[in-house]
Design a protein around this ligand. Structure first.
Ligand code: C5P
Length: 423
């Protein structure tokens, strides 16, 4: 067991699921780990310091301003003395405070001060879990490198049904084992099946890493003006969300879009094509790379550091230089090329013919081609109709919502990853 011989700092938040944290303490002990607990004020409404202390065999810490506690173990030392910090139950309130960096009690101070990895086990009412504020906080925490286990779907103490039940103690202990195991840390953990509400970790893409580019790039002319395009990022973001729901660890590199970061996905925001390439290279290695971004083909040579002024003479001449081709660069890697490299081709005519040419020129495994001609409403719209072009075949999908296209494509890519080009 990876937790054997390791120390876990367990923060018990204020939720009915706190009773399961008592079982979690026992499970970690059974696996040979030591647990030290911080019990929040709200948590102490659900479980007593006496039961927590009896099971952990250690002092239970709860007061930031306790002279006796601070003398025995200062709050900074408390936050650093463990190998891993676990928050279970992680309430909506605790998640919001963590996402904001608030530190107004012992638990939040220790969470802000720690230099160790943090795993949270969210537990809350389904409406609270689905609330955009919680989704935002979750996305922020993931971007900050916080790992998440659960929540599960099921009946709740409040009588409602849905996602929000804290993961079972054994699953949380499995996640702790995984995080303390030598080797690359997992970003997404959980034990529910893939749905749009939950964070999946089991599923056909569990253990796989997926890289997606999305949105337009923005190429500055001067500090206030730029060249860009009409890409909304809807298709790329939906692909990233679908892959995460099938259990993949997903990095989304996105140009400027008006969309929220998909939950369960590590999102890196960039502006220019050159920044996008750098972010993609940093995010590698990946098993599957999907290049859905509408990268500007050109940038302005010699971007002006001052706003260009109108003058009576002729308007300024913009001279353009070619941007790096991110897809071709990654598809052509000699070492560290993702197993499956997928490009997109947005065309206004001869869609399949141009896609075939692109497949050859760029060296990718598949091209997803779509017609973005005027009247199709695809660019910026919610629907898409695509053709999946491989060296030997073309498979066309009907016009469908971009989320449905994403689900179908990700399932096909998953098959290709497992079975190879015959799938
Ligand atoms: O050549 P074109 O822009 O039509 O190719 C589209 C495909 O190439 C898309 O997958 C897009 O994300 C990718 N691309 C890229 N870098 C560029 C241009 C396009 O990754 N500079």
């Amino acid at each position: 067991m990876s937790v054997a011989g390791k120390r876990v700092l367990l923060v018990i938040g204020g939720g009915i699921a706190a009773y399961k944290s008592l079982e979690l303490i026992r499970e970690i002990s059974r696996r040979g780990g030591a647990v030290r607990c911080i019990l929040t004020k709200a948590g102490a409404e659900f479980v007593t310091p006496l039961s927590v202390g009896s099971l952990s065999g250690d002092t239970v810490y709860s007061d930031l301003f306790s002279l006796t506690d601070e003398a025995a173990m200062g709050h900074i030392e408390l936050s650093r003395s463990a190998d891993l910090v676990v928050v279970a139950p992680a309430t909506a309130d605790l998640m919001a405070k963590m996402a904001q960096g608030l530190a107004n009690d012992l638990a939040t101070t220790a969470l802000l001060a720690t230099d160790k990895r943090i795993l949270i086990a969210p537990a809350m009412n389904v409406r609270m879990w689905e609330h955009p504020a919680t989704r935002r906080n979750l996305a922020t925490l993931r971007t900050d490198g916080v790992s998440v286990v659960g929540p599960d779907e099921g009946e709740m103490a409040c009588g409602e049904f849905g996602f929000g039940r804290m993961a079972e103690p054994k699953s949380i202990a499995d996640a702790i084992d995984a995080l303390l195991a030598p080797g690359p840390a997992l970003l997404a953990l959980g034990n529910n099946t893939a749905t749009r509400q939950g964070i999946a970790s089991v599923g056909p893409l569990a253990g796989k890493s997926v890289l997606v580019t999305s949105g337009p790039t923005l190429e500055p002319i001067d500090p206030v003006r730029f060249l860009s395009n009409r890409s909304s990022g809807k298709q790329g973001h939906a692909l990233a969300a679908s892959a995460a729901q099938l259990g993949a660890s997903v990095t989304l590199v996105s140009g400027p879009v008006a969309l929220p970061d998909p939950p369960g996905v590590t999102t890196i925001h960039v502006e220019t094509a050159q920044e996008m390439l750098a972010a993609v290279e940093t995010a590698l290695p990946a098993d599957l790379a999907i290049f859905c971004a509408a990268v500007a083909d050109w940038r302005v040579a010699g971007e002006s550091s001052q706003k260009l002024k109108k003058s009576a003479a002729a308007p300024p001449t913009l001279s353009l230089v070619q941007n790096p081709d991110i897809l071709a660069t990654i598809a052509g890697l000699k070492a560290g090329r993702p197993q499956l490299v997928v490009g997109f081709a947005a065309e206004t005519e001869n869609v399949i013919e141009y896609a075939r040419g692109k497949l050859r020129r760029k060296g990718c495994d598949l091209i997803i081609a779509n017609d973005v001609g005027s009247g199709t409403g695809v660019m910026g719209g919610d629907e898409n109709a695509v053709h999946i072009v491989s060296p030997g075949s073309v498979v066309s999908l009907p016009r469908l919502p971009k989320t449905e296209i994403a689900d179908r494509l990700i399932r096909l890519f998953t098959d290709r990853l497992v079975k190879g080009p015959s799938a």
